[in-house]
Design a protein around this ligand. Structure first.
Ligand SMILES: Cc1ncc(COP(=O)(O)O)c(C=O)c1O
Length: 384
C-alpha cells in the first residue's frame, strides 16, 4: 500500500463526507447519515446553518484579515457577548483552537503567579490539548510517554477527589485546571460538591480556578457553560469547538484583574479573532441566543437519554444536556458498535471501550433523535 498525502496521525477513514445540512451528512457515494457527533461537539447549530453561512459570505466580501495590530469589529462584539454569558467583569483573548485557548490560560497563570509559582494542577482522565504544554496538562500519562521531556510545571490528581486536590496544593501552584464534564476521558461529569470544594480551596489559597469549557461550553450541557450547573464562578474559562460552528476559533476569558497581568507583547496570535472567524462566532452566538439552545439541549438531552435507557444493551447514561455517553452491557465492544452504526448511517463514537459518545446538534429534532436511536437499536441487537 502506498502512503497517502496525510501524516498517519489518524487511522484510515471509513467514509468521506462531502455535504451536510442540519443533523444530516452525505458521503461521496450519496449515502445519507444522521450526525450524532457534530464533529466532536463542534457543529452545535448543525451543518450549513444559513445564519453562519451568510455571515461568512458577507465577511468574506468585506474584510477577511488584517492583523491584531489593528482594530476589527466582529471580535470585540463576540468578546462582549461571551463576557455577558459568563457573568461579566472579564476580558477575552481569541485563539484558533482549544489547545491554544488553554495555552493562553497556562501562560496567564504563570505570569499571574510569578516565578516559582507556576504549577498547574489538573485531573487524571482529563483532556486539554495536544501542544506540548496542554499535552502535559492532559491527565493521561500514556499519551505523554513518547514525547518526553514535556514542559515542567504540571501535576495530576484523582478526578472528583477534593481531598487529594487539597494535598497537592503547595506554594508552587498557580492554578487548577478542570473540565466540568471530562469529555475525551469518557463523558464523566464533575460533582457539584467537587467544583464547590475546588472553588473554596482556590479562594483560600489564592490560586486561580481555570475551567476548560472547550467541549462543554456554549449550550452543550444545557447551560451556557458547564460550570454554571455547579454555581461556581471561575477565574479563567477556555472554549473553542462550538464557538465557530466549525470555523476555527477559540477563546480564553479571564477575570479582568487576572487578564490585566498581560502586557502588550506577552502573548499574540496572527489569526486568533480575525474577522472571518469572528463573524462566524458572532452569528453563532446570536443564533444560539435566538434559538434558546440551552433549553433545547436540556429537553433534547432528556429525550435522548430516556430513549437510550430503554435499550436493553444500554446499562446507563452519563453526561449533561446533549453531551452523553451510553454505557454498554459487559462484553459489547463500543468500537465495533460505532463502526457498525456508521455503516448503518449513524455517526457517533466510542469514547471508551464500553461506552458510546453522542453530541448531536443542539437544534436536533425529536424525529431525528427517534431515528438515530432506532438505528442504534438494530445495530446493538446484532451485538448481543
Ligand atoms: C476539553 C478539551 N480541551 C481542549 C481540547 C483541545 O481542543 P483542540 O483540538 O481544538 O485543540 C479538547 C478537544 O477535544 C477538549 O475536549
Amino acid at each position: 500500500m502506498t502512503a497517502g498525502p496525510l501524516m498517519p496521525t489518524y487511522p484510515p477513514p471509513a467514509v468521506t463526507f462531502v455535504r451536510g445540512q442540519g443533523s444530516e451528512l452525505w458521503d461521496d457515494d450519496g449515502k445519507r447519515y444522521l450526525d450524532f457527533l457534530s464533529g466532536l461537539a463542534v457543529t452545535s447549530l448543525g451543518h450549513a446553518h444559513p445564519a453562519v453561512a451568510d455571515a461568512l459570505n458577507e465577511q468574506a466580501r468585506t474584510l477577511v484579515h488584517v492583523s491584531n495590530l489593528y482594530g476589527t469589529q466582529p471580535g470585540p462584539d463576540v468578546a462582549t457577548t461571551l463576557d455577558r454569558l459568563l457573568g461579566g467583569g472579564g476580558q477575552v483573548f481569541f485563539t484558533n483552537s482549544g489547545a491554544e485557548a488553554n495555552e493562553c490560560a497556562i501562560k496567564l497563570a504563570r505570569k499571574w503567579g510569578g516565578r516559582g509559582r507556576h504549577v498547574v494542577v489538573s485531573a487524571l482522565g482529563s483532556f486539554h490539548g495536544r501542544t506540548l504544554a496542554t499535552l502535559h496538562a492532559t491527565g493521561q500519562p500514556a499519551k505523554h510517554e513518547v514525547f518526553q521531556p514535556l514542559p515542567e510545571g504540571f501535576r495530576h490528581v484523582t478526578w472528583n477527589d477534593v481531598d487529594e486536590l487539597e494535598r497537592s496544593l503547595d506554594p508552587t501552584v498557580a492554578a487548577v485546571l478542570l473540565e466540568p464534564v471530562q469529555g475525551e476521558g469518557g463523558v464523566n461529569p464533575a460533582t457539584a460538591d467537587y467544583f464547590a470544594g475546588v472553588r473554596r480551596l482556590c479562594v483560600e489559597r489564592g490560586i486561580l480556578f481555570m475551567v476548560d469549557e472547550v467541549q462543554t461550553g456554549l449550550g452543550r450541557t444545557g447551560r451556557w457553560f458547564g460550570h454554571q450547573h455547579f454555581d461556581v464562578v471561575p477565574d479563567v474559562v477556555t472554549m473553542a469547538k462550538a464557538l465557530g460552528n466549525g470555523v476555527p476559533i477559540g477563546a480564553c476569558w479571564a477575570r479582568a484583574d487576572v487578564a490585566g497581568v498581560f502586557e502588550p507583547g506577552d502573548h499574540a496570535t496572527t489569526y486568533g479573532g480575525q474577522p472571518l472567524a469572528a463573524a462566524a462566532a458572532r452569528a453563532v452566538l446570536a443564533t444560539m441566543e435566538a434559538e434558546d439552545v440551552t433549553a433545547r439541549a436540556t429537553t433534547a438531552g432528556k429525550q435522548l437519554t430516556d430513549a437510550l435507557l430503554a435499550l436493553p444493551e444500554v446499562t446507563g447514561v452519563r453526561g449533561l444536556g446533549l453531551l452523553i455517553a451510553a454505557e454498554l452491557a459487559d462484553g459489547i465492544d463500543a468500537r465495533a458498535v460505532a463502526a457498525d452504526a456508521l455503516a448503518a448511517g449513524l455517526v457517533l463514537n466510542a469514547v471508551t471501550p464500553g461506552a458510546l459518545r453522542m453530541a448531536p446538534s443542539l437544534l436536533v429534532t425529536g424525529e431525528h433523535i427517534d431515528e438515530g436511536v432506532a438505528i442504534l437499536r438494530s445495530v446493538l441487537e446484532a451485538h448481543t
